[in-house]
Design a protein around this ligand. Structure first.
Ligand SMILES: [Zn+2]
Length: 293
């Protein structure tokens, strides 16, 4: 066998798989509006021979399709990394581990602790939202030692950030291709989920947006984006995530009720998709505000 030493090294690359855009809730439930759940991403980082998957989705059909895509690459899935503790990003590890038995599933230790603490409530919520279409709760990731993963020798740096739609939460920076896998810290033309955090945590989320911006990525893959979203519209994504959180913070204290907050935010961001996320966020935020009075 001869080796062509002039052949360029195969660069690593990021390939985005976007989930379906399901209707929710699966069955009527008081207080949960009818609508849709944001399309969710899983990202293949591939080198010459290996793949690291970032986030693992949650719907049975999507995870089947995602596994098919991984298989078609002909490369070895070595690792699945989970950015944060929300079941739309990790339930797929059960079927993927069955299909790719050698794969290692990892997350940061306190993300795993948070998964354990919220397992029962999230399982109830996901079942309510998605019914049988959703993968039942199964295995959890193992604790990642250190903060670096490798794809064919290229580093993927795990960065813990203070807040996204929840905390603890992380992003992945891939310096070789100037890419950030943002988890739910940045949203791309989708209404951000602000209904799972407090007003002071929304301020912390703004700090996270600054962290992503300082990395000066050329590509940002958000946890939620349109099926045809543009992962290179970096400046727009950062600017819109920042201004959206600021505008929500500004509108929240004086909104008459959840409908009023929805009307204000949807008028300011008419091109954002998945209104349900705004409705859910407004209902929860206003309930917390008025309950605290
Ligand atoms: Zn999410």
């Amino acid at each position: 066998m001869t080796t062509d030493t002039n052949a360029p090294a195969v660069p690593i690359r990021a390939t985005v798989f976007v989930s379906r855009w399901p209707n929710v809730p699966a069955a009527e439930f008081p207080g949960i509006p009818d609508g849709t759940f944001s399309p969710t991403t899983a990202i293949l980082i591939s080198g010459a021979t290996e793949i690291v998957l970032i986030d693992a989705l949650y719907l049975k059909d999507d995870v089947q399709d995602l596994g098919d895509l991984i298989e078609r690459t002909g490369k070895k899935l070595t690792t699945i990394y989970i950015t944060h503790d929300h079941q739309d990003h990790y339930l797929g590890i059960g079927p993927l581990k069955e299909r790719f038995p050698d794969v290692k599933c990892v997350a940061l230790p306190h993300v795993i602790e948070s998964m354990k603490e919220t397992m029962d409530i999230q399982t109830m919520q996901w079942n309510l939202l998605f019914g049988d279409a959703c993968i039942p709760a199964g295995p959890l990731p193992e604790p990642l030692e250190g903060h670096t993963l490798y794809v064919d020798g290229s580093p993927l740096n795990i960065i813990e950030v203070k807040q996204a739609d929840v905390h603890p939460t992380t992003i992945v920076h891939i310096p070789e291709i100037d890419t950030v896998i943002a988890g739910d810290s940045i949203y791309n033309e989708i209404y951000p989920m602000l209904g799972l955090s407090t007003p002071s945590e929304w301020q912390d989320w703004l700090d996270t947006v600054d962290v992503v911006e300082k990395l000066q990525p050329k590509m940002i893959v958000c946890g939620h984006r349109r099926p045809d979203g543009d992962d290179y519209a970096v400046e727009t994504m950062i600017a819109q995530t920042r201004s959206y959180i600021q505008d929500f913070i500004a509108a929240f204290p004086t909104a008459k009720d959840a409908d009023d907050l929805v009307a204000t935010m949807s008028a300011k961001y008419p091109n954002h998709a998945n209104l349900w996320t705004l409705q859910f966020s407004a209902i929860n935020a206003i309930a917390a505000r008025d309950g605290a009075q």
